[in-house]
Design a protein around this ligand. Structure first.
Ligand code: SF4
Length: 211
């Protein structure tokens, strides 16, 4: 029987709920596995749940989430059409940074979500998710730039951006995140065209093999 993307994501959410791989679950109210369209063309990856996310079991629902909603409105993208996930699925208490061991423990869940959704572009929010794909880079240097990344045997477009929470604290970052968001539709369009081209090349190669 064919298991669809929605079912696969729900199955991951079920495993997140029972997960004890790191200690973050112990003090969390709810797991926050991520949510959105299983066929999303754009996937956003943040850091981890904060207080409001932990209370509601949903990603980006506090002040930073409200800003993310406004940024999506700015580019006329509906929240229901994207997928929003995090590096860790349970809240680090006091909103501290997740530890490398916690990120590594939680990594398989996010990796599976990326593979299932197979988005056209990945937008990382903050340095933790940027460093997953682009280790050693600095967000202040490369924010808003689309990068090709080899990840799990496939080529991906990753666009690092500041975390909305940082924009709420700093007017300069707020300006920059708005400008970076405005680039998303163009990056997406370009990627869609590229994928079409790659598919054409693949079918040409297949045809030449058949001959
Ligand atoms: S943060 Fe991730 S690895 Fe840690 S308990 Fe939660 S789901 Fe498991």
């Amino acid at each position: 029987m064919k298991v669809d993307k929605q079912q696969k994501l729900a199955e991951i959410a079920g495993r997140v709920k029972k997960c004890t791989r790191c200690s973050l679950y112990k003090q969390a109210v709810n797991p926050v596995p991520g949510e959105g369209n299983p066929n999303a063309q754009i996937m956003f990856i943040g850091e981890g749940p904060g207080y409001h996310e932990d209370q509601q079991g949903r990603p980006f629902v506090g002040q930073a989430g409200k800003l993310l909603d406004r940024l999506l409105q700015l580019i006329k993208v509906a929240r229901k059409d994207v997928f929003i996930g995090n590096m860790v699925k349970h809240r680090p208490l006091g909103n501290r940074d997740p530890l490398p061991t916690e990120i590594e423990s939680c990594r398989p869940f996010l990796d599976e979500q990326i593979k299932i959704i197979d988005p056209k572009i990945i937008v990382t929010l903050g340095r933790f998710s940027m460093n997953k794909f682009l280790p050693g880079e600095y967000i202040s240097k490369i924010h808003g730039q689309a990068r090709f990344v080899d990840f799990r045997g496939k080529k991906w477009i990753v666009i690092p951006m500041y975390h909305p929470a940082a924009a709420l604290r700093n007017g300069k970052i707020m300006k920059e995140i708005k400008e970076d968001f405005k680039k998303i539709p163009r990056f997406l369009e370009e990627r869609i065209e590229e994928v079409k081209g790659e598919k054409k090349e693949d079918s040409k190669e297949q045809l030449s093999l058949i001959k």
